[in-house]
Design a protein around this ligand. Sequence first.
Ligand code: KG4
Ligand code: ZN
Length: 337
Amino acid sequence: MAVTILAIESSCDDTSVAVLKDDCVLSNLIANQEIHMSYGGVVPELASRAHQANIVPVTHQAVMRAGIKNEDIDAVAFTRGPGLLGSLLVGTSFAKGFALALGIPLIEVNHLQAHVLAHFILEKDKEKRIPAFPFLCLLVSGGHTRIIVMKSHLEMEVIGNTIDDAAGEAFDKCGKVMGFTYPAGPIIDKLAKEGNRNAFKFAKPSVKGLDFSFSGLKTSFLYFLRDRLKEDPDFIEKNKADLCASLQHVIVSILISKLVKASAFSGIKEIGIAGGVSANSGLREEIKLEAEKRNWNLFIPEFRYTTDNAAMIGITAYYKYLKGEFCGHEITPLARY
Ligand code: KG4
Ligand code: ZN
């Protein structure tokens, strides 16, 4: 018998609801919150209010587009964490109410595990290669930068982590310094395409082992611009594309050099990227070249499954459903998970 799961993601600034039938996505809706753009980052209070306004209509649409009725749903899944507590609370409470009303089980999902499992989301009538285990995945999002070894669908080991900022934060914070709206990652990506990546040199941090650090880069970028702006107040405007290309190049090289190290260390050649920053075209291109050179079996997610989405919550919940991993209604969200 097929399993139908309703999945809810509300960890940050996007309200997303998906319906999956087994590992196949039937609908995946995302309501973006544009309200944060001018603030240079997500404002938690505004995010939870927007989730409250969005969650009922987005769920309604997701169920309709999936072509099912509420009674067809076998379980409700939600992001338990990590994320903004107020935002998580909206999704968690809504999921509980929905499960209670239909008398069906509740499944809690770790948002980071879900980003990695996005590689296993299937779509109707579409062929897709999926990774074999062990699978080595670079998870790069707005809040996290990790290298993960996946031993099975639900067994993961973190072998590398950032000691300060995440790669997404490096994009967003440096973008803010250049006057871009939030999130700056996609804007930098777009401008970088017209720039020279060797125009400016920014120092790479030296961090031991498989860990990352991005806060030094952010500071050196800030000081570099401060000095140049003293000489020419229009420096950013005149060099925007080159600045973006150079910044993106250094971030991508830091990420790839650690992934190369992790592959050598673990002996794993089944390799993937996940999370919002995995949408970056520079990273996608560079990693393809690296994979060819090193004979990796490479997995790059579809754009729609890189940034936050509920389909990835649904696929994780599907594997938990198969193992009977349900949770009780006393469960609370976790800002750190
Ligand atoms: O995974 P995600 O949607 O949310 C978190 O779980 O954090 O990642 C959001 C991050 C933001 O920092 C955003 O700037 C970055 O992903 N991002 C990008 C691109 N698209 C999204 N960074 C660089 N290039 C992109 N194309
Ligand atoms: Zn995320």
